[in-house]
Design a protein around this ligand. Structure first.
Ligand code: OAD
Length: 235
């Protein structure tokens, strides 16, 4: 008999890419220690000093291009054998795509794309690290990074909330859950269904349905896969 696979929704943050060499934001030595959000990650910053903002994301793009998916990204691909896996990521890197995951929703944009400043729906794949001032879209407007900046709307949030509300299992990996509306997605998940958190420094209030795997993503994902084998058996 062909049984429907349980729906496994995975909310990922910077921690899943840390072991690929991409800096997180709020850990010691994280990006927001070296930069002020209001200088590089808001529309006001862009309007005030677009070159500075452009350079900040050009540097981030170099580190993404030089990184490779790690064991945690790959473990999520393997889970597709037994689960209908949907990834909701706050990350702007493309490591889930390069690992081979099928269903990926980027809440905060994608660094390997540029976007028109005249029409937010006009995006382009980038083939190298740089967007330069003077690079224009087809409408003749300056290109900016395809990133959701602080204070901007998060167009994918309703879609993400729907995924979470339909999940049989929710897995949260490597996010400090400090940034809304992404952090609020947990409220859309049934408190009766299993919730897993993989994070070496978990910041979450205890709840009955929660299993915390207090490990880095690569090791933690191996453990999660073992635990999910049991879930498959119970089902
Ligand atoms: P944070 O830097 O806020 O949190 C990173 C999380 O990853 C923390 O909970 C760490 O404990 C955990 N972590 C660190 N190393 C890890 C490892 N090896 N394995 C697993 N977990 C590890 O990053 P996010 O929560 O993703 O938004 O940040 C959310 C948003 O804030 C980002 O998308 C970005 C940022 O400002 C925008 O720029 C709009």
């Amino acid at each position: 008999m062909n049984k429907k696979k349980p729906k496994l929704v995975v909310l990922t943050g910077a921690g899943i890419s840390a072991e690929s060499g991409i800096a997180t934001f709020r850990d010691a030595g994280g990006l927001w220690e070296g930069y002020k959000i209001e200088d590089v990650a808001t529309l006001e910053a862009w309007n005030k000093n677009p070159s500075l903002v452009q350079n900040f994301y050009n540097e981030r793009r170099v580190s993404v291009i030089n990184a490779q998916p790690n064991g945690a990204h790959l473990e999520l691909v393997k889970l597709e054998l037994d689960f209908e896996v949907h990834i909701v990521t706050q990350n702007v890197d493309d490591l889930h795509e390069r690992a081979g995951s099928k269903n990926i929703l980027h809440l905060h944009g994608e660094i390997m794309k540029s976007r028109s400043t005249a029409n937010e729906n006009l995006t382009y794949e980038l083939t190298n690290s740089f967007i330069n001032m003077g690079d224009k879209c087809a409408l003749g407007s300056q290109l900016r990074p395809h990133i959701v900046w602080f204070g901007e709307a998060v167009p994918m949030i309703d879609n993400a909330a729907k995924q979470v509300s339909e999940a049989d299992i929710l897995v949260v990996i490597g996010t400090s859950l400090q940034v809304y509306p992404a952090a609020g997605l947990l409220h859309y998940f049934s408190p009766q269904k299993p919730l897993f958190l993989v994070d070496p420094n978990p910041q979450i209030t205890a709840r009955a349905n929660l299993t915390i795997i207090e490990k880095n993503a690569v090791e933690g994902m191996k453990e999660l896969s073992r635990l999910l084998k049991d879930f498959k058996v119970w089902n």
